[in-house]
Design a protein around this ligand. Structure first.
Ligand SMILES: *Cc1c(COP(=O)(O)O)cnc(C)c1O
Length: 464
């Protein structure tokens, strides 16, 4: 029997279909099917509403991608307008208006020198493109042995195999090891747990020395360094000390290595500037963006490259230097139209200029979190923050996996009307840039209470 259409589905039905048919990403399904699922029905601004009518602040920007809030008239209308023309046509050997207009806009707003835009449809694919571009570039330049990559410990660049191959998070990556690229892993400037046991005050960027060791010994076999500039996201919102990015760029130049800057998370205003690389005036050779690109509406990504990279691929058809990569939905016109509207909002509402007071308000609220006994470290960059919970503040002993501390705090926050998601023991704060200061205060109040409740009052013991 087919499902009857036009009959309103009950929330019990939706929940049962979900549990029966859906396999959720990054989710232990054995736990998930035993819980009441959160089912979102609609949203407006920074607020999402579930199937029971309960409202939540979207504290993680719907997985770090929403920028201007939900149901933005301008973006909705841009998509509807394009839909009245054509929904999708290919970029393989032909073009369309939104893709070309957006490429021009992206070259204008990204760091100087990135002049060519290659589209794909998610952050992982933007990285696949970057890796293949870097590899192929050196093949054409006559450096056939430059085939390997360097990444930072705790680095995250997506879940496809190439992207996992340049990742540095053991828990996500270990199981796939036999399938992956061989990658050098350089130390991360994770100051709270400094790999060189230095105090922040006594730091002289020893981590850069670790990278230089790798590059100086292996530059003949290294194609590129891949890194998240300023903040390593999925690795635990690790905020880098000032000067680290430009230090990496200098070393890449010194050792004839390309720099791939992955701005999939930090791009589009999160750090307080449009792009993270601008904080240190760095132009990488290859640059990836996705999450905030069209305000978090639809799948879209781009890999930008310098003329130097692009020109290496030019030649006679018979030379077969073509960049052999492309997806069915590469440069989808609806997604590009949404991106143009989103970038217009940055300008018309002076979004970047308006961030300063919000960033300061967040900083003030974060200071109070030090009062909580379980808070080991608080780190912030722009409107991004990570709050690392520890079992023992003196020894920095982490909570064990069994304690599921981040999950329990997130669950408490949800009861109080905040959607958040931890990165193991690190609580993530990443609201849409459009959040009002009153909403931000509300969000931080809920987060504070939830941490206090789970770690100091044991007011809720999760049963699973
Ligand atoms: C999320 C993320 C990716 C992967 O993007 P998807 O769209 O999830 O494939 C890559 N790099 C960084 C820095 C990210 O945060």
């Amino acid at each position: 029997m087919h499902e009857q259409i036009n009959v309103e589905t009950t929330k019990e039905q939706v929940a049962s279909w979900d549990k029966k048919y859906l396999w959720h990403p990054f989710t232990q399904m054995k736990d998930f099917v035993n819980e009441e699922p959160l089912i979102i029905v609609d949203g407006e601004g920074v607020v999402l509403r579930d199937i029971n009518g309960k409202e939540y602040i979207d504290g993680i920007s719907s997985m770090w991608c929403n920028i201007h809030g939900h149901r933005r008239k301008e973006i909705d209308n841009a998509i509807k307008g394009q839909l009245d023309k054509v929904a999708h046509t290919t970029l393989l050997g032909m073009s369309n208006i939104p893709s070309a207009r957006l490429a021009k806009r992206l070259v204008e707003i990204t760091p100087e020198g990135l002049n060519k835009v290659f589209y794909s449809d998610n952050g992982s694919n933007a990285i696949e493109v970057a890796i293949k571009m870097a590899f192929q570039y050196w093949q054409y330049k006559g450096y056939r042995d430059k085939t390997k990559f360097v990444t930072l410990q705790y680095g995250y660049h997506g879940d496809t195999l190439g992207a996992v191959g340049v990742g540095g998070i053991d828990i996500f990556h270990t199981v796939f090891k036999p399938l992956l690229l061989k990658t050098f892993i350089a130390p991360s400037p994770y100051c709270y747990r400094c790999p060189y046991d230095k105090d922040k005050a006594a730091c002289s960027s020893e981590c850069l020395g670790g990278l230089e060791d790798i590059l100086s010994k292996n530059s003949g076999s290294i194609a590129a360094m891949v890194m998240e500039p300023l903040v390593q996201g999925a690795g635990g919102m690790i905020v880098h000390p000032q000067g680290f990015l430009s230090g990496v760029k200098d070393l890449c130049e010194k050792y004839n290595t390309l720099l791939i800057a992955d701005e999939v998370m930090v791009g589009f205003g999160r750090t307080g500037k449009m792009f993270a690389c601008s904080h240190e005036n760095v132009t990488p050779d290859i640059f990836t963006i996705s999450k905030g690109l069209n305000g978090g509406y639809m799948p879209l990504a781009a890999t930008l490259a310098t003329d130097e990279i692009y020109n290496a691929f030019l030649g006679k058809y018979s030379e077969q230097k073509t960049f052999f990569h492309g997806h069915t939905y590469t440069g989808n016109p609806l997604a590009c139209a949404a991106a143009l509207a989103s970038i217009d909002i940055f300008r018309s509402e002076k979004v970047i200029e308006g961030l300063e007071p919000k960033i300061r308000a967040l900083q003030e609220r974060l200071e109070q979190f030090q009062e909580l006994k379980s808070v080991g470290d608080v780190r912030q960059c722009g409107l991004i923050a990570g709050i690392e919970l520890v079992k023992n503040r003196e020894t920095k002993e982490p909570y064990s996996w069994e304690e599921r501390i981040g999950i329990r705090v997130s669950y408490e926050a949800r009861q109080r009307g905040l959607i958040t998601r931890s990165l193991s023991n690190v609580m993530v704060v990443m609201p849409p840039l459009s959040i009002k200061i009153s909403e931000l205060n509300n969000m931080m109040e809920i987060l504070y209470e939830s941490i206090e409740c789970v770690t100091e009052k044991s007011c809720y013991i999760h049963t699973i």
